[in-house]
Ligand binder design. Structure first.
Ligand code: ADP
Length: 629
């Protein structure tokens, strides 16, 4: 029979498995059992809604069979099975997103213990087997099929026999070598240990015929009792899922291993929430906060949601309604016996009990994150690097519906200390006379640290929050206030620093400078909306700020979204009336207007550069500077 070739990326992973000298080869069993359990989940779900299946929950089982003579280990299940196409697609290709990520990570980091920490799936069988045969019959079909492969040279598929729906994975183990005794995977005692270690929580019985010995009945009363061996089918796993256990009976390592295996991460989570709630709705929840965003997190591919179980049967893989969008990075499981089993997935969406659970979980997640921020700042910042933007979007969405929930979880760079601070920390450290919370938007903190407006605030000992995410261009308006203190944009809003006398003096100064300011406005024409004096510039001569309304950050955002749209924040040129350059300009305006025009153009260009905005006419600017030189 003609062999079919594996797809390229599958072949790479397969090669890796075949040539693995990995010390934890034993995890192959966990992977194969977990696939069997998934397949049973699918049929068990079907059985709930379709009487034709004719199976009860107690009918489902996974069986292990070791044949020492043939050197085969077989894992069988009576799950949903595969038809020919599915065998082709599922076993000939890696389609699981986790495996793709695994591949990427393999390229980057040789030293991470990936295989051991990662669900590497069906192919891991090739770590211990020279040949893998899969015989499967899909539920509802009357044909069975056999898939066989001895590794990288391809696989065959042919018709086969099997009574009921389900799958047998038959692994012919590699020959023992000096270092590696593959035959240990044929010993029932060894297999029993492995199931206990890796698959104890699997919710279906994992059965195996165990050899035992007992005293022969007829010699029971004699002085020299004789022994005989017999076999008995035993269930190897306790079947208690980790979330059903008592908190005190689960170690941190067990929590973390469960997470990594189930959600295809190879890093430990930063926090685990294990809740057991009794009352209006009774449920158990085991939630994880990952340390790192999955590669597809900020794309449409990412599926948010928690796995939903009802009395041990998985009803939904990604139940979206259980998680608010702002916490979509949370992974986990919810199990509630109160959810009626026959509800269809559509009806589930409107279930009041789900809403109740979701509200509770939202509070718990918030509390856990707040606790982490308080007690383990380093871990929290790691989390925040990955998901801070998500929290900010969460606070922004629906006109700030969740801002109360989220605002205390936000961190921003402090201009004073070069570290991340919360709004609470900022407010607590404010000098008594400081009225507002100051912030500045920009692409990075290095750039922001050079803003001319900063100087004055710095002199007063006021901190400024540097906001560098895209979403920060919009969020402060939504937050509005924190702790009754208004948030003010240092490049756009009135900083509120001037006293009544200073304001008066400023007005008088502006009055005197009016003809110069008018000259500048005329020179720059429509490029700027307004030209005015500013008290906020410290030792800088000029700056450009946005007029009320759209900020420069918003302009950049819209430009990225759609460059054609031409959305622009109106520019205001501000000048420092105290600066020597301004006096020179005043004189030039009166005596040499042509030179004054050039000075204006140069100053405006400089202001744009300082604000990290594009020059309208870069060659004109360089010509002007050269002329001066
Ligand atoms: P994953 O299980 O993470 O999707 P695997 O490589 O372990 O990745 O398995 C690939 C696919 O093969 C599974 O998604 C499933 O569709 C199919 N499969 C594997 N084992 C079985 C089984 N025992 N019964 C039915 N389908 C299976």
């Amino acid at each position: 029979m003609a062999k079919k070739q594996f797809k390229a990326e599958s072949k790479r992973l397969l090669d890796l498995m075949i040539n693995s000298i990995y010390t934890h080869q034993e995890i192959f069993l966990r992977e194969i059992i977990s696939n069997a359990s998934d397949a049973i989940d699918k049929l068990a779900y079907l059985a709930l809604t379709d009487e034709k299946v004719g199976l009860n929950r107690s009918d489902f089982a996974i069986e292990l069979k070791a044949d020492e003579a043939a050197r085969t280990l077989t894992v069988s299940d009576n799950g949903v099975g595969m038809d020919r196409d599915e065998m082709e697609n599922n076993l000939g290709t890696i389609c699981k997103s986790g495996s793709l990520q695994f591949k990427k990570d393999m390229e980057k980091a040789e030293d991470i213990d990936i295989i051991g920490q990662f669900g590497v799936g069906f192919y891991s069988a090739f770590m211990v087997a020279e040949t893998v045969t899969v015989i499967s019959k899909k539920y509802g079909s009357d044909e069975a099929w056999k898939w066989t492969s001895s590794g990288a040279d391809g696989y065959t598929i042919e018709p086969a026999e099997r009574d009921a729906a389900g799958t047998d994975v038959i692994m012919t183990l590699k020959a023992d070598t000096e270092d590696e005794k593959y035959s240990r995977f044929l010993k029932s005692w060894e297999l029993q240990q492995l199931v206990k270690k890796y698959s104890d929580y699997i919710r279906y019985p994992i059965k195996m015929e165990m050899e035992k010995s007992r005293v022969k009945e007829e010699t029971k009363d004699s002085d020299k009792p004789e022994y005989e061996t017999y076999t008995e089918v035993e269930t190897l796993n306790s079947m208690v899922p980790i979330w059903q256990k008592n908190k005190k009976d689960v170690t941190e390592e067990e929590y973390n291993n469960f997470y990594k295996e189930k959600f295809y991460d190879y890093e430990d989570p930063v926090a685990v929430i294990h809740a057991s709630v009794e009352g209006a709705v009774t449920y158990k929840a085991l939630l994880y906060i990952p340390a790192k965003a999955p590669y597809d997190f900020y794309t449409k591919e990412f599926k948010k949601g928690l796995q939903l179980y009802s009395s041990g049967v998985m009803i939904m893989e990604h139940c979206e309604d259980l998680l608010p969008d702002c916490f979509r990075f949370v992974r986990g499981v919810v199990d509630s016996q109160d959810l009626s089993l026959n509800i269809s997935r559509e009806m589930l969406q409107h279930d009041r009990q789900l809403k109740f659970i979701a509200n509770n979980l939202e509070k718990k997640i918030k509390a856990e994150l707040a606790k982490l921020m308080e007690n383990d700042r380093e871990k929290y910042e790691k989390f925040y690097t990955a998901f801070g933007a998500q929290l900010k979007y969460g606070a922004l969405n629906d006109y700030g519906a969740k801002k109360e929930l989220l605002q205390d979880l936000l961190l921003y760079w402090s201009s004073k200390e070069d570290k991340l601070v919360s709004l609470k920390q900022y407010a607590a450290a404010m000098p008594e006379e400081q009225k507002y919370i100051y912030f500045a938007n920009g692409e990075d903190k290095v750039h922001l640290a050079q803003l001319p407006q900063l100087e004055q605030l710095k002199n007063k000992g006021y901190d400024v929050l540097f906001m560098t995410d895209e979403v920060d261009g919009f969020l402060p308006q939504t937050l509005g206030k924190y702790d009754d203190k208004e948030l003010r944009n240092i490049t756009q809003d009135d900083l509120g620093l001037a006293s009544e006398e200073e304001k008066k003096a400023a007005e008088e100064q502006a009055e005197k400078a009016k003809s110069t300011l008018d000259f500048i406005k005329e020179t720059l024409g429509d490029s700027v909306k307004e030209v005015r004096l500013s008290q906020n510039l410290g030792s800088h001569p000029v700056c450009v700020v946005p007029a009320e309304g759209m900020t420069f950050e918003m302009e950049k955002y819209f430009k990225r979204l759609n460059p054609e749209m031409g959305m622009k924040a109106e520019r205001v040129l501000e000048l420092n009336g105290e600066h020597p350059v301004f006096s020179k300009l005043q004189i030039a305006v009166a005596q040499e207007p042509e030179k004054a025009k050039k000075m204006v153009r140069i100053l405006y260009a400089q202001a744009l550069l300082m604000a990290n905005l594009p020059l309208e006419n870069a060659s004109e600017y360089t010509d002007l500077v050269c002329e001066l030189l």
